[in-house]
Design a binder for this molecule. Structure first.
Ligand code: NDP
Length: 433
């Protein structure tokens, strides 16, 4: 804490992982040697830079850019870029820290990193977003590469932003190095299923959680927060499997639709028109818009927070439990507060932590890297089947590790220990670096 003051989200993520480790360290005292834990708390490299850009009226703006290259012990740094006014070093470090153990859980050869900027793409023209992305990449290109560091999207960074950044990278480096970014368009090196992967992967993870209780998504009532990339495709897949999503949101409020969210309308409003969520209720008779209060007041069996960190606190957790929630699985990174997680555990609500439940996005990014390396592109169904089997394996790792350490159904403990031991064993093998 003394080395990273004023970074509460980073401290929260570190505490959450290490609080699962007492049982591991008592069985494996070697993990307490050679300052292994201290090294895990310190990113390998942190890059902070100025991003000047010019708006449509010719005015110059300055934002701050970040890339935290957290750990390369398992492979090149890998993790998304976030463009949102709330981005600061502590947020990027928490996301990078989570990413290391998430990537380890996928079983794929990728290290962990994260980056972004306090730039807000909301309300900006395409030209302004391009101007920002080109300036951001002008500095970032010095630090990334297909064997070094491979960024992707996150909040505020989708296909459009990846396109502008890839274009600038290509121009500056005079190389069509497809593997330097993931989340690309399919006509310029992207993978089918990457767009859908985090949301679909979350649905596959939840299917596994339900199957472990001899249940399925069919007939379940679900609430999904957010209306971005992760939320939209989680809604699409759980509804395809027979569930009904009765509410979703953005930062302006939430909509309730007891008939089930019309996902094509939602995509049109959010992806094509880039409008606020209120428009969904304006255009759908069965829906109402609520601009104050909490989406977690809407009764459901399954809650899928897919917006941002710390969006579901202990009070919301109590409300969900009172209304009969049985499963909570995180599409976003660390959306449930530490107290919220404790409330779910005490009530025996099954909880799927983000580092496992939302790992489908980065896993499919690793599949995109495989396709780029072999100059190949795979069919949708094949890639989707690989995603589902990766999610089933991740679930299996969490379940089996939790059982092995005497805490069956504690998927948080299982995910933390399985991710930690993989990273720790590799760090031990590579010496003090
Ligand atoms: P998007 O930018 O596509 O969507 C984010 C959604 O969450 C929007 O509806 C946004 O509303 C809402 N939101 C963002 N910040 C806030 C806030 N402070 N308060 C309330 N609502 C907010 O991002 P993604 O869907 O890609 O990411 C969502 C979450 O999933 C993040 O935690 C991200 O780290 C995580 N994640 C994403 C992956 C991916 O592949 N994209 C992979 C793994 C995890 P508004 O538009 O009004 O801001």
């Amino acid at each position: 804490i003394h080395r990273s003051p004023g970074e509460p989200e980073f401290h929260q993520a570190v505490r959450s992982l290490f609080s699962s480790l007492t049982v591991v360290l008592s069985r494996h005292p070697e993990y307490a040697e050679n300052a292994l834990i201290e090294r895990m708390c310190e990113p390998e490299r942190q890059i902070i830079f100025r991003v000047p850009w010019i708006d449509g009226l010719g005015k110059v703006h300055v934002n701050r850019g970040y890339r935290v290259q957290y750990s390369s012990v398992l492979g090149p740094y890998k993790g998304g870029l976030r463009f949102h006014p709330s981005v600061n070093l502590g947020i990027v470090k928490f996301l990078g820290f989570e990413q290391v153990y998430k990537n380890a859980l996928t079983g794929m050869p990728i290290g962990g990193g994260k980056g972004g900027s306090d730039f807000d793409p909301k309300g900006k023209t395409d030209f302004e977003v391009m101007s920002f992305c080109q300036s951001y990449m002008t500095e970032l290109q010095r630090h990334i590469g297909e064997h070094t560091d491979v960024p992707a999207g996150d909040i505020g960074v989708g296909r459009r932003e990846i396109g502008y950044m890839f274009g600038q990278y290509k121009r500056l480096r005079n190389a069509h190095e497809s593997g330097v970014l993931t989340g690309k368009g399919t006509s310029w090196g992207g993978s089918l299923v990457r767009t859908e992967a985090t949301g679909y992967g979350l649905a596959y993870f939840v299917s596994n959680m339900l199957a472990a209780e001899d249940d399925s998504l069919d007939g379940q009532k679900v609430v999904v927060s957010g209306a971005g990339n992760v939320a939209i495709y989680a809604i699409e897949k759980v509804q395809e499997r027979g569930a009904r999503v009765v509410a979703c949101s953005d930062s302006s409020g939430y909509v309730v639709d007891e008939k089930g969210i019309d996902v094509e309308l939602l995509k049109d409003i959010k992806n094509r028109r880039r409008e606020r969520i209120r428009v969904y209720a304006d255009e759908r008779d069965s829906a109402t818009f609520v601009d104050n209060g909490s989406i977690w007041d809407v009764p459901c069996n399954i809650a899928l927070p897919c917006a941002t960190q710390n969006e579901l606190d202990d009070a919301a957790a109590h409300t969900l439990i009172k209304n009969g929630v049985r499963i909570v699985a995180e599409g976003a990174n660390m959306p449930v507060t530490a107290k919220g997680v404790a409330v779910f555990r005490e009530a025996n609500v099954r909880y799927g932590p983000g580092k496992a439940a939302n790992a489908g996005g980065v896993a499919t990014s690793a599949l995109e890297m495989q396709q780029n390396a072999s100059r190949d592109s795979w069919h949708f169904d094949y890639t989707d089947r690989r995603l589902e089997s990766i999610m089933t394996d991740i679930f299996g790792r969490c379940r089996d590790t939790a059982e092995e350490y005497g805490h069956p159904h504690n998927y948080l403990l299982g995910a933390n220990i399985a991710g930690f031991t993989k990273v720790a064993d590799s760090m031990c093998a590579l010496g003090v670096v």
